[in-house]
Design a protein around this ligand. Sequence first.
Ligand code: TXA
Ligand code: MG
Length: 340
Amino acid sequence: MSEPQSAAAVGSPRAADPHADDVRRAVDVLRRGGLIGLPTETVYGLGADAGNPTAVARIFAAKGRPADHPLIVHLHRASQLTDWARDVPLAAWKLAEAFWPGPLTMILPRSPGVLDAVTGGLDTVALRVPAHPLAQQVLEQFDGGIAAPSANRHKQISPTTVQDVREELGAAVDLLLDGGPCRVGIESTIVDLSNDGIRILRPGSITAQDLTRVTGLAVDDSIDALVRCPGRMASHYAPRARVVLASIEQVPQAIAEAAARGARVGVLAAQRSPAWSPDVPWLALGNVPDEQAQQLYQRLREADRIGLDVLIAVPPSDAGVGRALRDRLWRAAGLGDAPA
Ligand code: TXA
Ligand code: MG
């Protein structure tokens, strides 16, 4: 199908359940092996039937993603865990109880029936129960697993609005569900429970402290753990503009250097400083960590929309979701892992 059909936005003034038709159509597309743009509370996903190898292959083709980068399987509820994973440890059930539906992905030993195309041939599978009401409705009616990476082209910024998905992958998607802007705004926390203990492979809004509080276990969130996640690259989540990291004090110098090379430069920071020329565009990141997460990818896209060559980014503090924001900014700058 060439042009994606766009389903109505959340809150549109239709009858009792404004989304009933959209949900039915999405389930129909999935059953026929098609691709849907699926809103989740983190970022939009590019969803296909996780049990259909042809449909899963279409995801990789649409994204331009290497075949050995495994996908997350989205489920309706925690009780489906044992359909997809074996040897589920007690800690996984506790985390599911505390955080699902929500922005947590668990890596567990896979059940024999899970497709190699989904796991990239690994002996583990990534599972998540998303909280967005539209995703929940689609998953409930579909009653199977939906394989869904973020709905961006390989290495690009994850989409947090339906317009972003349309721009990135519109032509490849058979049906685009409009769930409004994503509430969390960055991808889920990924935790590996397939060996003894708990390791964070990708930081997100659920932090190491949250995981320890619920399980009573120590959590490894060292850089060493972060690099073990296949498909996470030193350069990722990057806009076209070159991202340069700077402390707030270093910003005037960084502006001067970029301007001297004739680059169009802007600054991404929580605050604007009187030390910068008013001609330099300021992309405001907000002061509250959750807002910063919600806005980060929109601001990176804005940098490209206004034609910046260089974006000077002042990373937020390391506390809470700040760890995840620093991780994304380091990768946007092509620097790999953010130091703790
Ligand atoms: O918030 C999210 O997690 C979003 C929404 C759509 O759910 N999805 C998402 O998917 O970010 P994706 O494919 O863009 O990122 C998933 C990451 C990849 O880096 C992949 O390598 C890793 O999860 N992953 C998947 N299966 C894995 C496995 N078995 N072991 C280790 N890492 C795995
Ligand atoms: Mg992604």
